[in-house]
Design a protein. Structure first.
Lengths: 311, 245
């Protein structure tokens, strides 16, 4: 009923679908940067999609399982081995007591998800197991896992492994498009500024983490200063600071801020930012709120039908 | 700087909308923000997943599978008529012990020089004021407060420091700030409270709430250390009075 960490990798954290309700006191929801890959990993091992699993960043961990379980790895392209032999990603596979699962360095994308049947059973904090690193909250003692840690697992449910339909396995290209809804403060930019923002592209800078992603590209011109009276920052909110460059605020974001926000990345494209590497580029494409909601529905319908039984 | 005749609804992506009341900071505007949030909570408005109050706006997160944008805006509009300050429950007053001495108030002397006051006078003015918490955020548990006498209005530091210890009490502009976690900072640090504004180990990790009043009580270093020990042991109970207006 446990998973032992033999090597934690650079930043492997316990996550679930997040901790809603506490932004009003400054605690972000946390949760996975690629919500879709996370939820699929759980479903591939028969878990509810909100079960806790590991988010692995750039280089995966090496873990040993103490009993028989289904395991699945999704997200960034990290080679997965079971006792040294490569096994497929995006597909549930069975491990036996003492088996070792290792995730290598990511060849594309940034964040991979390792789900185990039964889910990770670290103690919830404020109703969630998601790790909020800056706030030292949730997960395992509010920190990334490391060598020697032992994570409790929930009861296995005798599930059957699934696999993602092959045509739906995502790739992680160098250039991505992220759909945005303009606002809440697009009226604080010149027409040329908004046009530059929508033309792009913007390159991800190395200063990118679970809190936010700093970008560099065409300068976005303000019409009357870059400060607003501090207000709430939505998921995907794009702040434009004094130098006319955007920052996309993500799952571990500050709850409020005083910079103008030109637009908001749609929920279903947050993962595209979360899987981007420094030097790779994003172009923002404007949609209306109604279009965003239709795209979200379609996105969820596709995901609902995304899994078939593994061979 | 104005209060809008009608609040503005500003889309924030596909999961949130900002209800903006004004382009100014005032207690009256903030009370309307808090009243709207309170009514949403009381009525458990369908589809709303969470709310974030700030000075002059309420960010409303919603689940578009449960409520459409148009339906949500209509529901919020109907609540707005009732969203008046007298709809709010009485505010709390929270007493925060604060030590203004030595290394804990490491910029007290510099701030006093800048303000042309004696350090003791700065402490007397700062600890004598009634502060109002507009909202809590940025980092977990950090209160956005005003209430200082005009004589303590001071420009923010031109070179923000890289790290500020948690509990540090600072002033900048007309605001008073208490750092809740170690973070960069641009406020002049006058003292430190031994209380934890954010305690990730606690069942209820946040001390202050939007709408609270705060009073500082000047304490010496010995009392600071004694309270800090009680806080660490989990035995300290902050003094909180209900019913302020």
């Amino acid at each position: 009923m446990r998973l032992s960490v033999q090597d934690g990798g650079p930043q492997t954290t316990v996550q679930d679908l997040g901790r809603p309700g506490y932004l009003r006191v400054g605690i972000p929801p946390s949760g996975p940067m690629d919500r879709e890959a996370f939820a699929l990993a759980n479903r591939l091992v028969g878990n509810p999609q909100a079960a806790a699993a590991l988010e692995c960043t750039l280089i995966g961990p090496r873990v040993e399982l103490a009993d028989e379980r289904l395991v699945a790895v999704t997200g960034a392209e990290m080679a997965v081995t079971l006792n040294g032999a490569e096994v497929p990603r995006w597909s549930g596979f069975r491990v036996r007591p003492g088996d070792v699962v290792k995730l290598g360095p990511a060849r594309a994308g940034v964040r991979a998800y390792l789900a185990v049947e039964g889910g990770i059973a670290t103690p919830p904090a404020l109703g969630s197991r998601a790790t909020y690193l800056r706030g030292q909250l949730g997960g395992l003692e509010g920190r990334a896992v490391r060598r020697g840690d032992v994570l409790a697992l929930g009861a296995a449910a005798d599930g059957r492994p699934g696999r993602l339909r092959p045509e739906l396995v995502p790739t992680y290209p160098d250039r991505v498009v992220a759909r945005v809804v303009l606002g809440p403060q697009d009226d604080r930019f010149t027409a040329a500024g908004v046009a530059a923002f929508l033309a792009g592209p913007y390159e991800l800078l190395p200063q990118a983490d679970r809190m936010g992603a700093r970008l560099r590209g065409p300068r976005i011109e303000h019409n009357r200063g870059h400060d607003v009276i501090s207000d709430g920052i939505p998921l995907g909110g794009i702040q434009v600071v004094g130098d006319g460059q955007p920052i996309v605020l993500l799952v571990d974001r500050q709850s409020t801020g005083g910079y103008t926000k030109i637009a908001t990345v749609c929920s279903f494209d947050i993962a595209r930012i979360g899987q981007l590497r420094p030097g790779q580029r994003v172009r923002f494409q404007r949609v209306s709120v109604a279009e965003a909601h239709a795209l979200r529905r379609h996105h969820h319908l596709t995901l609902d039908a995304a899994i078939e039984p593994a061979a | 700087m104005a209060v809008y005749p009608e609040p503005r609804f500003l889309p924030c992506g596909d999961l949130a909308v900002s209800v903006e009341f004004a382009d100014e900071v005032s207690r009256a505007v903030n009370a309307r923000v808090l009243a709207l949030e309170y009514l949403i909570q009381q009525k458990a408005l369908a589809g709303v997943t969470e709310t974030v109050p700030t000075y002059r706006a309420l960010l409303v997160y919603y689940d578009p599978a449960a409520v459409g944008y148009g339906g949500l805006v209509t529901a919020l509009r109907s609540l707005l008529a009732q969203a008046q300050p007298d709809a709010l429950p009485p505010a709390r007053t929270v007493e925060l012990p604060c030590c203004y001495q030595g290394e804990l108030g490491f910029e007290l002397t510099a701030a006093a020089d800048r303000l042309g006051l004696e350090p003791a006078e700065v402490v007397r003015l700062h600890a004598g004021a009634d502060y109002y918490v507009y909202f809590v955020g940025f980092t977990p548990g950090l209160p956005y407060m005003t209430g200082m006498p005009d004589r303590l209005t001071i420009p923010r530091l031109t070179q923000p420091r890289a790290k500020t210890p948690p509990g540090s009490v600072g002033i900048g502009g007309v605001q008073c700030c208490i750092y809740s976690v170690e973070s960069p900072g641009g406020f002049w640090i006058l003292g430190r409270t031994p209380l934890l504004l954010y305690d990730p180990a606690a069942a209820d990790p946040i001390l202050l709430r939007a709408g609270d009043h705060v009073r500082f009580r000047a304490i010496d270093r010995a009392e600071f250390d004694a309270i800090a020990a009680d806080v660490a042991a989990g035995t300290f109970r902050p003094r909180i009075a209900e019913g302020a207006r």
